[in-house]
Ligand binder design. Sequence first.
Ligand code: FRU
Length: 453
Amino acid sequence: MEKNTHSVERANAYINNHHTEVNLEYKPEKHFSAPIGWINDPNGFVYFKGEYHLFYQYNPYDSVWGSLHWGHAKSKDLVNWEHLPVALAPDKDYDKDGCFSGSAIVKDDTLWLMYTGHIVNEDGSVRQVQNMAYSTDGIHFEKVEQNPVATADLLPDEVIANDFRDPKIFEKDGRYYSVVATKHKDGVGCIVLLGSDDLLDWQFESIFLKGEVHQGHVWECPDYFEVDGQEYLIVSPMRYQKDGNDFVNINSNIFVTGHVDWDKKVFVADSFKEIDHGHDFYAAQTTQGPEGERVMIAWMHTWGRPLVTNDLGHKWYGIMTLPRVLKNSGDKLLQTLPQAVEEAFTTVAIGQEVSVGKISLPITGTSTYRLGNNEDYLEFGYDAEREEVFLDRSHLIIQFSGEEEWSTKHRSASVKASLIDVFIDKNSIEIFVNKGEESLTSTCYIRGTKNLR
Ligand code: FRU
């Protein structure tokens, strides 16, 4: 068997020696992206010693998925990110085929990471286990001797044990809990709850929430949290069944509203809602900021689509969405931008050439805007008759058909709009409707001039 030669040192040396080879043409200015290589899910998003830390699924060596490390950066304002050394490399038997997604928690001034070790056995079968690592300086991480701290042996028979990943930790009444993605034998998504008093010895607590057949078969990247007293679960379902304007991407991301019955340790779900109605939004993760605010960030892509910047040979692929603060307003969960993030964009006007900028557009009736030039443009706007805000990639030269058996060119959110706030950052657009009631997030790779008209 080929020897695994991964290490944090090797990854950091590679990044230092090669990051200048990246082609910056489509690389964002105001969104997080890695110095070189591939990124997917945000991981371990946390506020530690006065700064936000963001980790992410990272393959420094290539702009495609593979040999997953945890990349790492920090920021005081969620706009300016400082790249830090790679935090985790797949260098142990229990994570040899990838340090998969997970989360972070601060305990006694120490930053703890809980992540999934992905192991491919010689016969090709897969095993996923949960591991812990910690750091006191917030830069160098040590994997604990007790790893793996949770294996599929803990799980009841009704769960398919080779999908067991993406632990998201939280604390309640002095005990630590972790929601983890699995697949139920009934072929549906299933979130399990693990519990621990010390972060090292973990027990199975419950089947936290089991999905229904139309809701997809694995619910990746769970996250449980509260916003102003209302409880939510985020999950990223694979193949949630398309329903009108919802779940048009086969891999989507949802907010589940409900509450935990702590006697039974189950999540009682009230409603399911797609988080974002654009083409590119997956694996959202949240953390709590210094004022108690809930900040969410997601991967601004989804699976099964062409990897444009890789195919162009630009040596990077993957960006994160803008960080969004979640707020409750009546029965709506609003996604708002932190002030520093909003202020990082300069205001632009219709008729202007735009590479990076923001614009607020009051909506009084049907309106269509274009970003690009006559040969190559993205369309967005509002259809007053259908009461839909839309984003349309039909007229882009670089097209994006994915694994979906239907067209995803046109995406829309059903909402009566009075205002849209639009943020453009080279290869991406994020539209917030009625101050965050709905959002549409998409990438677009336009050649030549980008006029807004
Ligand atoms: C979600 C996901 C996770 C997994 C990771 C691997 O995008 O599939 O479930 O941990 O990516 O990179």
